[in-house]
Design a protein around this ligand. Structure first.
Ligand code: EPU
Length: 340
């Protein structure tokens, strides 16, 4: 067994923004053993290593250094089951949406609201992906990760992952220390449906669905996402570019006097989440275009590459948006996308 190492490889096909960055060294691993083999190679021990999953949450503002390692670790298996639940283990390099469709076909509930999210299974826990009222932490059991330094496999339970809104330990203390090899979800054989968020109910009606099923909810979510979010295969983008900010209730009340229609999601007595998309739209950016880049016309949270853009230009656009939202609302937007 030997992993092929390529040199000066274009990463354009490996990031959903479609930025043409060049990796000095590049390889693809399909098993934990291949991953461990690469980590032990003498030539890479002193070099930075960048792990790519689906490349759907990354913006290359320059060429990366060292080795770019594409995680394509595959496999699906049932670890155990009882009357109500099944624990299904899936390789970190599998495509997320394909895996969601597989669980739905098996009749296992819990991931249907997370249909059509771009990216891989291994990247999902890193930022605790979420949509339509569900986050992966809700069905996540544990994961196996390879420690970069030692090459050893280690298990992280749900609480050890320290999940938060678009966050986990892999974005904080354990950043750049582990590579996620597999994730195990505890899925439901008896279903409860979460259709309270946003347009799901309305879309189910539009689709003429009378009886709820995992597939019906998934179909509704797919339809909503397709209507609002650009397809990265057609227009380069990385989904939400910013996180929804959480502001203190005092600031929120002050803003609400001025903007009574400001959408809001109270987190507790002290904190309120407000949609970044709304703040950006109110600041006049929705549909903005400059050369090959812009702000999506149907969802202001999404920055797009119409073709041939440089990552640095998108970074500048993001900074301009942050400055104008801060000036108008006194709110600092944090990026959800990772910059290289
Ligand atoms: N809104 C606007 N203008 C816009 C966009 C949104 O006024 O241009 C308003 C909407 O009218 C609505 C509110 O903002 O009142 C929320 O909008 P939406 O339901 O579209 O969701 P979001 O908060 O903008 C979040 C996630 C998405 C996820 C959706 C659905 C974040 C950063 N984004 O977006 O996740 O799909 O909810 O659950 O939390 C992603 O992370 O890449 C992503 C797409």
């Amino acid at each position: 067994m030997s992993v092929l190492i390529e040199k000066n490889k274009s990463l354009q096909a490996y990031n959903t923004f479609g930025i043409d960055a060049i990796a000095p060294f590049f390889c693809r691993v399909e098993t934990v053993e291949e991953l461990q083999e690469v980590l032990q190679m003498e030539q890479f021990r002193q070099l930075p290593i960048l792990i790519l999953g689906g490349g759907s949450n990354i913006l290359f503002t320059r060429d990366p250094e060292g080795l770019v390692l594409l995680n394509r670790i595959a496999g699906e298996s049932v670890e155990k089951e009882d009357e109500d639940h099944v624990w299904v283990k899936v390789g970190g390099g599998q495509n997320w949406h394909d895996f969601v469709l597989y669980t739905i076909a098996q009749g296992w509930g819990g991931l249907e609201n997370l249909s059509l999210i771009p990216g891989t299974v291994g990247a999902a826990p890193m930022q605790n992906i979420g949509a339509y009222g569900v986050e992966i932490k809700d069905t996540f059991s544990h994961l196996e990760a390879v420690e970069r330094e030692s090459g050893q496999l280690r298990v992280f339970t749900n609480s050890e992952c320290e999940f938060g809104y678009r966050s986990s330990i892999f974005k904080t203390q354990a950043r750049d220390k582990y590579i996620i090899a597999s994730v195990t979800f505890r899925l439901h054989k008896k279903h409860t449906y979460n259709t309270s968020y946003g347009d799901i109910q309305k879309t189910l009606l539009e689709l003429g669905i009378e009886e709820l099923s995992l597939k019906a909810v998934s179909d509704a979510v797919i339809r909503i996402r397709q209507s609002k979010l650009p397809d990265p295969k057609k227009i380069g983008n990385a989904g939400s570019f910013f996180k929804n900010p959480v502001i203190n209730t005092q600031l929120f009340k002050k803003l609400q006097e001025q903007y009574p229609n400001m959408p809001n999601y109270p987190q507790n007595d002290d904190w309120v989440k407000v949609p970044a998309g709304w703040l950006i739209e109110q600041s006049g950016w929705k549909g903005h275009k400059r050369a090959q880049i812009g702000v999506h016309e149907k969802q202001a949270l999404v920055l797009v590459n119409y073709g041939g853009a440089r990552g640095a230009d998108l970074k500048q656009l993001a900074a301009d948006i942050q400055a104008s939202v801060e000036e108008k609302f006194g709110i600092q937007l944090e990026t959800e996308v990772n910059f290289i």
